[in-house]
Design a protein around this ligand. Structure first.
Ligand code: NDP
Ligand code: PHD
Length: 385
């Protein structure tokens, strides 16, 4: 077993896997499966011109933090949101920017547009940006299943966008996968590569951040109300109480009894792994956690894999750290993953309900706004450089 440090936060950062790979500021090179550290300048005349559509939202704000933390090179930065936010000041990298209303001319002379303003905005403005020669990294689900649009987790399938580079004279759309999908595949891709996965059953425990900044504020408000007044009074985002409660994911329900979030996990996994030869089902639940998702994953493998080998290959995967300390009953928690780049995996064990060494159970936590959204998108943008 792997031991972890005394405090939860130390524990989160202490992992066997940290020895063999880079952490903060690591970059994944196209065509490579390992993180490679590179040093980029920040504001630099030959950097790309970057705009952020949805900068005032939970993901948009995280874009700014991630761009800065990863020293993303840029020559110009433009902040875009709805007309409600036009004129709002945004601080980035020591400069003050005025938020502009997103319009058709917003993408003139831009190289990269990071979109996180919802699917309808992406559908309307994504193609306009591309027409103007801009690369769109889209956080919404608008184009994820569109043929020809790469759906990329840089640690998993950078090759899907290998021919997309700034300076090529054309633009394009790259879709950022659904956050629950990203986190699940960070935990399981090493296993898929090594022995193949026949069946994957996922149960998620999803944070408020996945429903946006207002849902996070409502969870905080309801918690205060429950503690101070004994009842939930504010129900603007969800029709039921969220604090001290949990409920089936709020994505629209489909005819087959699964909701859209669950079906995204099924379809997106197949596209990212480029295979139909896998059975997947998911149950997605919203829990009263602020920003990191957790997922319990049950696998049926195509070939035998021991628990020890599984632990080894998962720990070696870039962007993954282990917290798997049975002696102290210490496994990944959302508080470990919040604000962290890595996804944390633990509870790696044989599924005793399956014969031989073909059944595996594991648990993963990842920050929904970070690796589940903004960080993954910025890593994708790095592949464009
Ligand atoms: N895995 C992933 O890739 C994830 C993707 N997402 C995607 O990102 C989107 C945003 O999520 P999140 O940040 O949590 O949501 P928020 O509700 O926190 O923010 C929404 C953002 O979109 C902007 N916006 C809304 N309407 C318009 C408009 N008409 N024109 C321009 N901008 C507009 C808002 O601007 P204003 O403040 O002015 O209203 C705000 O900046 C989601 O809808 C989803 O599509 C989210 C989480 C994970
Ligand atoms: N998956 C997010 C919501 C979201 O934004 O999903 P998508 O990017 O697939 O629309 C959640 O936790 O609810």
């Amino acid at each position: 077993m792997f031991s972890v440090g005394a405090s939860p936060n130390t524990a989160a950062r202490t992992s066997v896997s940290s020895l063999k790979k880079t952490k903060q500021n690591s970059r994944v090179k196209s065509g490579s499966r390992r993180n490679v550290v590179q040093t980029f300048a920040k504001k630099t005349p030959d950097g790309p011109r970057v705009c952020i559509a949805g900068v005032t939202g939970a993901v948009g704000q995280e874009f700014l933090r991630v761009l800065k933390q990863r020293d993303f090179p840029y020559s110009e930065m433009k902040m875009l949101a709805s007309s409600r936010s036009a004129g709002k000041e945004v601080e980035f990298d020591g400069e003050t920017y005025t938020t502009e209303e997103l319009t058709e001319t917003s993408f003139d002379n831009m190289d990269i547009a990071l979109f996180s303003a919802g699917g309808s905005i992406s559908k309307k403005f994504g193609p306009i940006a591309v027409e103007k020669g801009c690369y769109v990294v889209d956080n919404s689900s608008a184009f994820r299943m569109t043929e020809g649009v790469p759906l990329v987790i840089p640690e998993v399938n950078p090759e899907a966008m290998a021919d997309m580079k700034i300076g090529s004279g054309k633009g394009g759309i790259i879709a950022n996968p659904n956050c629950s999908t990203i986190i699940a595949l960070m935990a399981t891709t090493a296993i898929q590569r090594k022995v193949g996965i026949e069946r994957m059953v996922v149960s998620t425990y999803q944070a408020a951040s996945g429903a946006g900044a207002q849902a996070m504020a409502e969870l905080e408000q309801q918690t205060r109300e429950l503690v101070n007044d004994g009842e939930v009074k504010t129900k603007e985002i969800f029709p039921w109480g969220y604090a001290f409660n949990l409920f089936s994911h709020n994505a629209p329900m489909m005819d087959n009894g699964y909701n859209e979030e669950e079906m995204k996990m099924v379809k997106e996994t197949k596209k990212i792994w480029n295979t139909d030869d896998i059975s997947i089902c998911a149950t997605c639940i919203r829990v009263p956690v602020m920003r990191a998702h957790a997922e319990s994953i049950n696998l049926t493998l195509k070939n035998d894999l021991s628990e020890e080998e599984a632990r080894k290959i998962i720990s070696e995967f870039p962007g993954v750290s282990l917290i798997d300390d049975r002696a102290n009953n210490r496994f990944p928690m959302p508080s470990d993953a919040s604000d962290q780049d890595d996804c944390f995996v633990g509870r790696i064990r044989r599924d005793i309900s399956q014969k031989g060494n073909k059944g595996l159970e594991l648990f993963v936590c990842g920050d929904q706004i970070r690796k589940g959204a903004a960080q993954n998108a910025v890593q994708v943008a790095e592949l464009l450089l």
